[in-house]
Design a protein around this ligand. Sequence first.
Ligand SMILES: [Zn+2]
Length: 191
Amino acid sequence: MSSQARCPKCGQIDMVLKVSALHSGGVSSTEYEVIVPIQLGSKITPVSSKRVGVSQTELSKKLAPPPKLEPKGYAVYNDTERVLKTLATLAVCLGFVLAIWGQCANLATLGGQGLLQLILGIALVGCGGAYIYFVTSRREKQAMAVLMPRWKRAIARWNQLYYCARDDGVFIPGQNRFVPVDQMTDFLYEK
Ligand SMILES: [Zn+2]
């Protein structure tokens, strides 16, 4: 039974709560209510109990699940791609200048003299932008293919976590390991 998760540090069950339940509580008050499993004779009964001191919001923040990964910053580019991306960025900037310049010339002369610059500018912005988009999305996809399984594993472990309020740490029942709250993320991503 899940409420019988025993803390490997103190060997007790009375201050143990499921992390996912604690996290979703998130009430912003210094006094909050928790459901504590209490042993009455041979029976274990969940009892509502008032706690003061630790703000649940704070604790809830500390016990938050690993955040969903954003591919930004994880994409890895090779040297060629890096050079081409820089050139593409320059092409986009140059393209904007040319397009605006061409359009201003158009408006000034009313004769379409800036049409070539306008077309060239739009083409540069389009090509540069398209290259940046394709190389970035391809590399980000590759990065996510590596990161996603790790994140899913971390989430799966987080869903198994229990918190002991007495010792301010977490554990997975049956692992006989106790991890302080501030090391929870490392523990979840551990290989
Ligand atoms: Zn404990």
